[in-house]
Unconditional design. Structure first.
Length: 143
């Protein structure tokens, strides 16, 4: 085998390995969340798997017990509702008010598991609340 062919084979092998590792890294770090309707439809497949679910807080459903740090609220997406239970400090931006720019509740992503009893209850270990200021239309800030 000629020296040029050997170099070409090595370069192709190294590039291939780099591409494979990059691909694995990208898919390994990808975080997927289900919408409420998707999560409820896949309840049987997911079992007690740790997942993320996204939905909009249903106005008027937020209950926070500051003494026990228990939070309960409903989220909805495409007509489906899910009760979220969380134990911890309430995020400052978590509320159950209608957002004027969207006409719906604030967007939340919860990480955790569906309740084992088959109810529409999600036991959250982590909450991520979308920033409400992102919903304010341009030109309406401060008004």
């Amino acid at each position: 085998m000629s020296k040029q062919l050997k170099v070409t084979v090595v370069v192709v092998a190294v590039l291939g390995a780099v591409l494979v590792l990059a691909g694995l890294n990208l898919t390994g770090n990808a975080t997927y969340y289900y919408t409420v309707d998707e999560l409820l439809a896949k309840r049987g497949e997911l079992g007690d798997k740790f997942v993320q679910v996204k939905g909009y807080v249903v106005p008027g459903t937020l209950v926070y017990n500051q003494g026990s740090l228990d939070i309960k609220f409903d989220i909805e997406e495409k007509g489906q509702k899910l009760t979220v239970l969380y134990h911890g400090l309430k995020p400052d931006t978590l509320n159950d008010q209608v957002q004027p720019a969207t006409g719906r509740g604030i967007e939340v992503v919860a990480s955790g598991k569906l309740a084992a009893d088959g109810s529409d209850v999600f036991q959250a270990k982590q909450l991520m609340v979308k920033c409400p200021s992102r919903y304010i239309e341009k030109g309406k800030k401060g008004s």
